[in-house]
Design a protein around this ligand. Structure first.
Ligand SMILES: Nc1ncnc2c1ncn2[C@@H]1O[C@H](COP(=O)(O)OP(=O)(O)OP(=O)(O)O)[C@@H](O)[C@H]1O
Length: 924
């Protein structure tokens, strides 16, 4: 059984292979493109075809008989038989199978159906059926190819018919031209007829030729229109064929795809069966079948390539044919146009010749009539002559008549000779017209030559186009094959990628599902986290606000406590603090020899200093004593609490007291490199303001005045006009100086400029008034306006800053306190000294009254105390820096200043009364 099936498969395989080879050969021959195109073309088949085509073209230009032998061969190409050997084999095999099945069915039906080999064979049979279907399709393709060839042959025939008609038309035209030439040349040929008959015949011949020419032209035009109609019809037919071809190709492609699917299914089934059966013999056969299947697949792919090429080539060739037709049509149109021009020229010439012929015929006809009349008259006269002779014999009158007749005869003879001359002239004209006709003939010949040249060019062009068409077809075939190959490779690569995609897709799907669940969980988690965070934040904000409230409350308590402690400290120290600064001995102060230092400080006691005078020492105890080497910073550190208390809500006055040259200005203003109390106090003020900016808002205003001889001058104004102190009209009862320039200070750099300006103006005024600066009091008045921002915030105020309070800091550089008037000064110096001492005494009186809690405080005793009235009141703070010189020459003034300072300290009444040991001596 196995041997039988093996033999069967072998037979099938051999038949199939043989048939396949035959079919490949059959397909290759007619289409010039096949699966083995390259090899066959290398054998020289294609060049032969090309040569034959060229030869056909060359023959068609010369031969006008119709189709060439090659065309006839193409038309009679053999059709592929509908019944192939494989189909016959299949039918035979099916019948034998049926017979065998009917025989065996009786005995072992169930056994055979259960055999795997039978299943393999059934699949093989179905596969062969599919293959037969594929063969049918191939036959259809071959038929279609034959139809295409027929169409091409038909098209070539039509083209040849067109060429033939064109040649026929040229031939007709040549015949017409020949007839015209004959008609024109007829007058030249000698005729046995009389001249009058010759002329008439030539005229009738020319007219006939012209009429025939016109008729042929009309015929040509009609033929042209008919050919155009045929050409349009051919084009429409060609388009229909193209559409039909495309639809058939699509159908074929669809059927091939279906077949491919069937083959793949069969392959799968075969593989499944192979794995299921496991028999070694069946495996071998299945292996053979798979090999055959592979070869079939290759054939199928090659057939697809062939179909692709076939689908590409006709479109290319049809496009080429359309282009060729268009070019031929344009060429025909050009030729027709040139022919029409020639025909018009010919008709014009014909009209001219017709006219000239007509005129010549008319003249000839007239001459002929005249000649005929004259001949008749001559004949009549000749007929009369015998009668004249008889009359001449009979009577003299007759003789007279005879003479008249003779005369008349002579006249007629003369006329006849004239007529003969006219005839000669006419003959000359006829000769000229003959020459003109010859020229026309030459022109016609030239036109004919041109037409023949154009025809040759047309034929050459047609041949060239045919060659180009062949080349384009070849190039398109190769290009389409390469393109199909690349497409196939791409398809295979895509298929591989497609097979690799499903696992990736599955993993991506799982990832996506996990991500989706994560995202779903994340949104829940995110919402919960946000709600927790919101709760935490609100709790933290609540805690913070509570803490802030506590802190604010603590801060307020702290501020109040600090103020209380500060007040207690200041009260302990005393509301009037007296400081003493000993000026160091400078080089310029040692101009006198024998100068000795009489003032000494105790390093262990910062509150005491000793002055030696006339061998006796006296100790003064003040609030603070600065030794001569004390720096500006050390001095200010003692003043700093007072400046701070200004911010805390106190009016503060700081004085520099002492004799001229003792260092008052140095202590208050300082130098550029080493600034004094003024600059440092303002700097500290702004630092404090910066530290408190979150709680308080401050505005700092500055003014500066000079008091000289009880006259006020504005140091920030260039004019330096005199000012006066008055009660403020706002009803507060406070003092103010109308016209005094008050400048708002924005920062520490600004205060530097203001102080420099005040210093410059003080020097300028002093120079103008020829006064020394030490003879005047210089006041720097600083007003601080403070607003409690915390209070505004807590109360929800959104309007302009509320001015909570204002405080003043007065920094005063007093005039020199030396006792000039005691030395006998007079005039202006005396008045000056009196004013200075009055103001200083008034200051002492005011301080004494304040400390004594007197009901009346004599502020108005001097301009100085009057101006400082608001700052020197109860609850305010005052510091006096007493400047002393350490030199022996100034010991008197030193003692006087120290006594004044001690007097101020003495009157101090505070909770912590200080015990002040005072020595002897009192300043008057
Ligand atoms: N502590 C000091 N260290 C160094 N130099 C000083 C010191 N005190 C004062 N001087 C210098 O002494 C000179 C006189 O000082 P200053 O002008 O300040 O005295 P004054 O008391 O203001 O005089 P007047 O009353 O005439 O204005 C200046 O050149 C000053 O630089």
């Amino acid at each position: 059984m196995y041997a039988f099936y093996s033999l069967l498969v072998y037979i099938f395989y051999t038949v199939f292979k043989k048939e396949d080879v035959e079919e490949v050969d059959a397909l290759e021959e007619p289409a010039h493109v096949s699966m083995e195109t390259g090899s066959k073309r290398r054998d020289g088949h294609a060049p032969k075809k090309k040569k034959q085509a060229c030869a056909r073209l060359s023959d068609s230009s010369s031969d006008s008989d119709g189709l060439s032998p090659s065309d006839e061969d193409e038309e009679d190409a053999p059709d592929i038989p509908a019944c192939t050997p494989l189909a016959a084999f299949l039918s035979f095999k099916q019948e034998s199978e049926k017979r065998r099945a009917s025989q065996v069915q009786v005995d072992t039906t169930e056994k055979l159906t259960e055999s795997p080999l039978v299943a393999v064979m059934s699949h093989l049979l179905s596969f062969l059926e599919q293959y037969s279907h594929f063969q049918q399709l191939q036959q259809q393709v071959a038929q279609y190819r034959v139809q295409l060839k027929r169409h091409r042959v038909q098209h070539r025939r039509q083209m040849k018919a067109l060429r033939t008609s064109y040649r026929q038309r040229l031939h007709d035209k040549n015949s017409i031209i020949c007839s015209l030439e004959e008609a024109i040349s007829q007058p030249h040929t000698p005729s046995p007829l009389t001249p009058s008959e010759d002329v008439g015949s030539s005229e009738s011949g020319g007219l006939v030729g012209v009429h025939s020419l016109v008729a042929s032209l009309y015929g040509l035009q009609g033929e042209r229109s008919r050919l155009r109609g045929e050409l349009r019809l051919l084009h429409s037919q060609l388009e229909e064929k193209e559409q039909d071809r495309h639809s058939r190709i699509l159908d074929f492609q669809q059927q091939i795809d279906d077949l491919k699917g069937c083959i793949e299914e069969r392959e799968e089934e075969l593989s499944r069966l192979r794995t299921a059966s496991g028999a070694t013999d069946s495996e071998k056969r299945v292996l053979c079948l798979s090999v055959e299947n592979d070869s079939l697949k290759q054939n199928l792919s090659m057939t697809q390539g062939l179909l692709q090429q076939l689908s590409a080539i006709p479109s290319q060739s049809s496009n080429m044919l359309i282009k060729e037709n268009e070019s031929l049509r344009s060429r025909v149109q050009q030729l027709e146009m040139s022919l029409q021009e020639r025909a018009e020229q010919l008709s014009c010439m014909e009209r001219q010749s017709e006219k000239s012929e007509w005129r010549r015929g008319e003249e000839l006809r007239k001459r002929e009539d005249r000649v005929r009349e004259l001949q008749l008259e001559l004949d009549r006269e000749r007929g009369k002559e015998p009668m004249v002779k008889t009359v001449e014999v009979e009577s003299p009158s007759m003789l007279k008549q005879l003479s008249k007749a003779r005369q008349k005869n002579e006249l007629l003879s003369e006329k006849l000779s004239g007529q003969n001359e006219q005839c000669k002239h006419l003959e000359e004209q006829i000769r000229k017209s003959d020459e003109y006709s010859c020229n026309l003939q030459h022109k016609i010949a030239a036109y004919e030559c041109e037409i023949s040249k154009l025809r040759e060019e047309l034929l050459n062009e047609i041949g060239h186009l045919e060659e180009k068409k062949e080349e384009a077809v070849k190039a398109a075939a190769s290009c389409s094959a390469e393109h199909f190959q690349s497409l196939q490779e791409q398809f295979f690569s895509l298929q591989k990628r497609l097979t690799a995609l499903p696992p990736t897709l599955r993993s991506m799907k799982t990832d996506y599902a996990s991500l989706r669940s994560q995202v779903r969980n994340f949104s829940d988690f995110y919402g919960a986290a946000i709600s927790d965070a919101k709760k935490q934040i609100t709790a933290a904000i609540h805690e913070m606000s509570e803490a802030n409230k506590d802190l604010l409350e603590k801060y307020r308590k702290e501020v109040a406590l600090r103020r209380k402690y500060h007040e207690q400290l200041v009260e302990l120290k005393g509301n009037i603090r007296v400081l003493c600064r000993v000026k160091p001995v400078l080089k310029e102060d040692q101009h006198e020899e024998g100068q000795s230092v009489v003032v000494t400080t105790d390093p262990n006691n910062e509150s005491a200093l000793s002055v030696m005078n006339k061998g006796k020492g006296r100790t003064f105890e003040l609030d603070k004593v600065f030794h001569p080497q004390a720096t500006q910073e050390e001095v200010f550190q003692e003043i700093e609490p007072l400046v701070t208390s200004c911010i805390d809500g106190y009016h503060v006055c700081i004085f520099a007291y002492g004799q001229t040259g003792s260092g008052k200005t140095y202590t208050m203003e300082g130098s550029v490199e080493n600034p004094g109390i003024n600059q440092r106090a303002l700097k500290h003020l702004f630092n404090e303001i910066e530290d408190r900016k979150d709680m308080w808002s401050y505005t700092v205003n500055v003014s500066s005045v000079e008091i000289y001889n009880e006259v006020l001058r504005d140091l920030l104004s260039k004019e330096g006009e005199k000012l006066d102190i008055k009660i403020n009209p706002d009803g507060t009862g406070q003092l103010h100086v109308p016209g005094l320039r008050v400048t708002e200070v924005k920062g520490f750099q600004h205060i530097k400029k203001i102080l420099a300006k005040a210093r410059r103006n003080r020097i300028t005024f002093g120079t103008q008034m020829n006064q020394h600066s030490s003879r005047s009091h210089a006041l720097l008045c600083i007003t601080v306006y403070g607003t409690d921002l915390a209070g505004s915030k807590t109360t929800g105020e959104t309007t302009a800053l509320r001015v909570a309070c204002y405080y003043r800091l007065n920094l005063v550089d007093l005039a020199g306190s030396e006792r000039v008037w005691k030395s006998g000064a007079e005039g202006e110096r005396l008045k000056e000294a009196q004013n200075i001492n009055r103001s200083l005494l008034a200051l002492g009186d005011v301080i004494q009254a304040l400390r004594g809690n007197q009901t009346h405080v004599p502020f108005r005793n001097s301009r100085l105390t009057y101006l400082l009235q608001d700052s020197l009141g109860k609850g305010n703070k005052t510091a006096m820096v007493v400047q002393v010189s350490a030199l022996e020459s100034n010991v008197g003034e030193t003692l006087c200043s120290l006594k004044f300072a001690q007097k101020v300290c003495k009157v101090e009444l505070g909770p912590a009364a200080r015990k002040i040991e005072s020595g002897a001596g009192q300043c008057d």
